[in-house]
Design a protein around this ligand. Structure first.
Ligand code: BG6
Length: 486
């Protein structure tokens, strides 16, 4: 897929996402000559800037990086523009349209426009409607694409309503829903590991796999995002989107070819097989927790309820552990244990495939563990652990490992998730973007938990900086347990 000249219009241009993620990613692509020969980035928001002050603000962090080439940064800045506007005011879109056209004419850009909504979700319906009212959704003279960031809705009902509203003016092909986990090299690598290697795929089913763990642990608390997080909780923030997408990558069937339709058809098929959670699951297979104050080394870690923007009686979960199943031929009876939390001892995202023990213990009563660990971050790589003979007399076994680290590869600089996804959307490749039916399938699966939380429910405390409430141990049976990643 080739990259045509284009104009990227970022709504919410004065916000955090634009400054921290989008502009650094676009600059990196630019400095690696991955953007088209002519392009423009037009920032839009209510804040008062002009082109120059916008450029100065955005590149402040980049310019202070010692490794940055200032000449190329200055050249990049020439592509940045700014327009003050209230995105809720439909009358201001006429001026926006004119500005886009004048930039396109000046830079000789064909009318290919990407509208990136780095705004609060409350604007996800309004902006597309206003764009359409001014014909900015029409693809007569070039493509028009819309990027939206999670959360896609707040629950199943609002997600369906959001799609309905978007579809009034844009087609599914024009809509790119970003789940940045799909942009991670190591998440995509799970497909390659499974489907490009005949040593793994034959074992990838309920006959050989005992259970699967998915951990998304963060050591940080919620920082300054109390207002957002308290309405979301770990369920909406991490499970509904990122971790269910990871599970889809682990559990899906091989696509016939790698393209947007084929891949996303397989993703949705497996998500639609998630076993619906019933009352018994909510009681026995779900543990919700919230971090409490603690002292780790010399640091005093606040409790969640003491964080800025969080009500002091909040019952929002910062920890969730869930035992779930996939009801299909491949996975029948294999438990998937998923956990995610803020304020754990370390930051680690990984998937652990725990293989079954050999059927007859020849060497010792307890055959060695066979585990395949896919480390998504931060130490990206793959670890296979198994047993070998202990040197010396007899036939005792001892655990050994084969450990691959991406950092050992030559030329191993990984594209960040935003770099990869921005490049894909500019090329028109939707393979790594969430399709509407997959988003709905995820909401459908988590909706019983959201309903359960509306009533009285158990919320367990865990000291900040620990692995979560001990009650989560009760999810496991028959010697299954979490791997300790550090
Ligand atoms: C975001 C969540 O979507 O993902 C954050 O809103 C979370 O709360 C983040 O910290 C995790 O992303 P990553 O790439 O750091 O694992």
């Amino acid at each position: 897929l080739t990259l045509e000249n284009n104009c990227i219009v970022i709504f919410g241009a004065s916000g955090d996402l634009t400054q921290r993620m989008l502009i650094p990613a676009l600059y990196k692509l630019y400095s690696h000559q991955k953007l088209s020969s002519s392009f423009a980035i037009l920032g839009v928001s209510r804040s008062t800037y002009d082109d120059q002050s916008f450029r100065d603000k955005l590149i402040k962090d980049l310019a202070s990086d010692d490794n940055v080439d200032h000449e190329s940064l200055d050249k990049f800045c020439e592509h940045l523009f700014y327009q003050v506007m209230d995105p809720e005011n439909k009358y201001e879109y006429k001026a926006l349209k004119q500005r886009i056209q004048s930039i396109e004419t000046a830079l000789k850009i064909k009318s290919n426009t990407l509208f990136y909504l780095a705004t609060p979700p409350s604007l996800y319906s309004v902006i597309p409607q206003n764009l359409a009212a001014h014909g900015l959704n029409i693809e007569d003279d070039g493509w028009k694409r819309l990027v939206i960031e999670k959360p896609f809705g707040y629950d199943l009902e609002s997600a369906i309503a959001l799609d309905k509203s978007l579809y009034q003016d844009f087609t599914e092909d024009q809509i790119y829903r970003i789940d940045h986990y799909l942009g991670k090299e190591t998440v995509q690598n799970m497909l390659v590991l499974r489907f490009a290697n005949s040593i793994f795929e034959p074992l990838w089913n309920s006959k050989y796999i005992d259970y699967i763990e998915v951990t998304g642990a963060e050591d940080l608390g919620i920082g300054s995002r109390g207002g957002y997080y308290d309405n979301a909780g770990a369920m909406r923030d991490m499970i509904q989107n990122h971790l269910l997408q990871v599970i889809a990558m682990v559990a899906m069937e091989p696509p016939a070819v790698i393209n947007a339709d084929s891949m996303r058809d397989e993703v949705v098929k497996v998500l639609q097989c998630l076993k619906p959670l019933n009352e018994d699951d909510l009681k026995h297979n779900l543990v919700l927790g919230q971090y409490t104050k603690s002292h780790v080394r010399d640091e005093c870690l606040l409790s969640y309820r003491e964080e800025k923007g969080v009500p002091e009686d909040s019952r929002t979960e910062t920890y969730i552990a869930l035992k779930m199943f996939i009801k299909n031929w491949r996975w029948d009876g294999v438990p998937f244990y998923v956990r995610t939390a803020k304020r754990m001892p370390t930051r680690v995202t990984e998937v652990v495939i725990n293989f079954k023990k050999t059927p007859h213990p020849v060497f010792s009563a307890n055959p060695p563990d066979n585990k395949l660990i896919m480390r998504i971050q931060p130490d990206e790589g793959t670890l296979l652990s198994f047993g070998l003979k202990k040197p010396g007399a007899g036939f005792e076994t001892e655990p050994v490992a084969m450990d691959f680290h991406y950092s050992n590869l030559k030329n191993s600089e990984l594209l960040s998730a935003y770099e990869r996804l921005l490049l894909d959307v500019l090329k028109g490749d939707a393979t790594l973007f969430s399709r509407s039916d997959a988003v709905s399938a995820c909401w459908e699966f988590v909706q019983p938990i959201l309903d359960y939380k509306k009533n009285k429910f158990d919320l367990y405390g865990y000291a900040a900086g620990t692995w979560g409430p001990i009650e989560a141990e009760a999810l496991f049976k028959n010697g299954q347990t979490w791997r300790s990643p550090c």
